[in-house]
Design a protein around this ligand. Structure first.
Ligand code: IPD
Ligand code: CA
Ligand code: CA
Length: 266
């Protein structure tokens, strides 16, 4: 498991590192179990929700010990108001649950820190690939010890685009499948990998030129959005505006590709 050093050492990143690696230890052990349970008739569903809750509790314990006055927004346990509510941790203890349940090794832990509504730090850890993505506002984005930069490709024809499919009951204002058709016809490939937090990190790492989704929660976007911005990318909602954490619509990419995809969505 993760043993290389972070390129940056700050109190916040050290706390994030402890929370991510401690929770990852449990998840990796449980993932090994899932690989056995996966073939059983009942499947690993209940077991996975326990793994998810264990990861969450481990993270809460680390964060509350390090910063007892901060607020928390945690996917399963909900919201806790601290004595310093302007600071808020936003946590997804297991992103890519369906992958995890089906023994597909593509999932992550995501933790972001917000100050007065602005993301100031974030870490996303994929323990199977041992990839730690992280950023602090104004200090750049990193994957393990390597600095991240957004893709420099300038032809949309060559672009690889990550996407989250909307839920079946999403009757929102954007026609997802129409956009998907347009994107498939005009790019190199579309990828739907099943972990929104890793999709955002893949944009930051230049693996995708863009990513878009119209159905996410704050914990899916908190850490990853800052990592994209710190790698030099642009993150907006699907109208090109700032409030993606509220609207649940997000579009992330290099400046040029972001604009091209935005035009297609409109
Ligand atoms: C989900 C994943 C998935 C996305 C869903 C999310 P979860 O998070 O990020 O890729 O399509 O919208 O809810 O449930 O695995 O934490
Ligand atoms: Ca999630
Ligand atoms: Ca989750």
């Amino acid at each position: 498991m993760f043993d290389s050093k972070l390129a940056l050492s700050t109190p916040t990143l050290n706390t994030l590192y402890t929370a991510c690696t401690r929770a990852a230890r449990g998840l990796v052990r449980d993932f090994g179990e899932v690989e056995h349970l996966q073939v059983s008739r009942k499947g690993p569903g209940d077991f996975v929700s326990k793994a998810d809750l264990k990861s969450e509790q481990t993270i809460i314990d680390v964060l509350q010990k390090a910063t007892p006055t901060y607020s928390l927004l945690v996917e399963e346990a909900g919201a806790f108001e601290g004595r310093e509510p302007e600071y808020r941790w936003i946590v997804d203890p297991l992103d890519g649950t369906t992958n995890f349940i089906n023994a597909i090794p593509h999932f992550a832990i995501s933790i972001g820190l917000e100050h007065k509504g602005v993301m100031i730090a974030g870490m996303v850890y994929d323990p199977v690939k041992d990839e730690m993505f992280y950023a602090e506002k104004g200090k750049g984005a990193f994957l393990n010890e390597k600095r991240l930069r957004i893709s420099a490709k300038d032809s949309f024809d060559d672009a690889v685009i990550g996407v989250t499919f909307p839920r079946h009951d999403d009757k929102g204002e954007f026609d997802f499948y129409k956009t998907l058709q347009g994107v498939e016809a005009s790019t190199a490939a579309v990828r739907r990998m099943g972990s929104a937090v890793l999709d955002l990190c893949y944009v930051a790492a230049g693996r995708y030129e863009c990513y878009w989704s119209q159905a996410l929660s704050p914990w899916d976007m908190a850490a990853g959005s800052l990592i994209v911005q710190e790698a030099g990318g642009v993150v907006t909602d699907l109208k090109g505006k700032d409030g993606f954490m509220e609207t649940a619509h997000i579009l992330a990419g290099s400046e040029k590709m972001h604009q091209t995809l935005l035009n297609l969505i409109k």
